[in-house]
Design a protein around this ligand. Structure first.
Ligand code: GTP
Ligand code: GTP
Ligand code: MG
Ligand code: MG
Ligand code: ZN
Ligand code: ZN
Lengths: 212, 212
């Protein structure tokens, strides 16, 4: 499929440029409303004193998410895709043109909320992080395997809600995930309450150190 | 785009066939885990004594949802799409071949969980119903406008969780929806607790009577 071939060529150029500037780029994917922006808000609160952070936001319409990130004092480029259900490497390339790459340590790319197509479009990132919220149900990894197989880390988000959800079973979700991506780490967390956030930050630190 | 042209031709044939058999076909769309299958389970419990119901399920992998529907005593055809993020008219046509259309009054098509592409692929349905769960956030209509504009009815699902969610505002969600689809009805409901279910059943009855 030449569509993916061209995209992958551009993604490789993006990654080369990011690596040259010692930037760690994380592609954040999930269903709509799983908590990507909330996680970024919490991450910025914790890491802004240590790292220079920038964010590329992807949505069909609005600047809502970029506004939330800018309110935290971090530069955010909003890509509005119109009717595309995923970001691609060309969109990310033009967003990178708007950033001063000299300054940045950590670049987060918040993809369009979609549990399918973002898995197939390399953007030039170093790592894929997927969120699955407890409110979606514990069978999603087996039902939407592509994106879970493409993940370097799975975050089970909104675990503060677990006591209120009689049908989400953390063990079921873990087994479902292991059935499609056996060797990939899984981390339950709550960006609201703070559970798991220290481990997430440690994973980010390790990943960034590793790539230097 | 010839892709959509061919699809729309097939969708028109599907709809003609369904209409000839006096079947009302409802295309159910939402993000992953918004409660489509749970709503169908509840709807079957309420309507099976009055209507002959069949379901076509769409997922990338597994028969999970079809099994849940069959456990309710209703015939379900499971389409596994592999890596397609939406159902299309050809998939629905081959699913229809597996059903005895003479018998059916109400046909539900549960689309792949995705808040973007299902809006663009006509399947031959008579009505589009979209679910937005309270756990996803109240800004989704403005951020993912395509599917909300394509809806004949919006269901705000899981309203039993409202008291526990400090950030979902029903008025904000209603305003967000009105900004993209001003004339379309919106119905808050809980398939678990029963809120709004009577109005949903009335809407189904009215729609079916109207199409006869
Ligand atoms: N209880 C709870 N709610 C959360 C948590 N994280 C996010 N939420 C809620 O989930 C909803 C969606 O959160 P967002 O951060 O906007 O989700 P998102 O993945 O960025 O959404 P999109 O960008 O539209 O795909 C909001 O109402 C948040 O308040 C959490 O840790 N716990
Ligand atoms: N509290 C509450 N939870 C609900 C309600 N409806 C569904 N759920 C929960 O939401 C999760 C997902 O429900 P499903 O019905 O499987 O959602 P779906 O839209 O069919 O999911 P996919 O087919 O995978 O896209 C499950 O854990 C359900 O228990 C509701 O009315 N209230
Ligand atoms: Mg967001
Ligand atoms: Mg389902
Ligand atoms: Zn798509
Ligand atoms: Zn897609």
């Amino acid at each position: 499929r030449t569509l993916l071939f061209d995209n992958d060529q551009q993604a490789a150029r993006n990654r080369q440029r990011l690596t040259k500037h010692n930037i760690t780029a994380i592609n954040l994917m999930s269903s709509p409303g799983s908590g990507k922006t909330t996680l970024l808000e919490c991450t910025i609160d914790e890491l802004l004193s240590r790292y220079h952070i920038a964010v590329i936001e992807g949505d069909l319409e609005t600047e809502n998410d970029a506004r939330r990130i800018r309110a935290k004092g971090v530069e955010a480029v909003q890509i509005t895709t119109g009717n595309a259900c995923h970001l691609d490497a060309t969109m990310v390339d033009s967003a990178l043109q708007q950033l001063d790459l000299e300054q940045i340590d950590l670049l987060f790319i918040e993809n369009v909320g979609n549990l399918v197509c973002p898995a197939s479009f390399d953007l030039g990132q170093h790592r894929n992080v997927t969120l699955l919220s407890t409110t979606e149900g514990d069978d999603k990894p087996e039902k939407y395997p592509l994106i879970f197989r493409a993940s370097d880390l799975l975050l089970i988000s909104k675990i503060d809600l677990l006591p209120l959800l009689d049908e989400f079973d953390l063990q079921c979700a873990t087994d479902s995930f292991a059935s499609v991506a056996a060797d990939t780490p899984l981390l339950p967390l709550s960006a609201k309450r703070g559970d798991g956030v220290a481990q997430w930050l440690a994973w980010l630190n390790d990943t960034h150190q590793h790539l230097q």
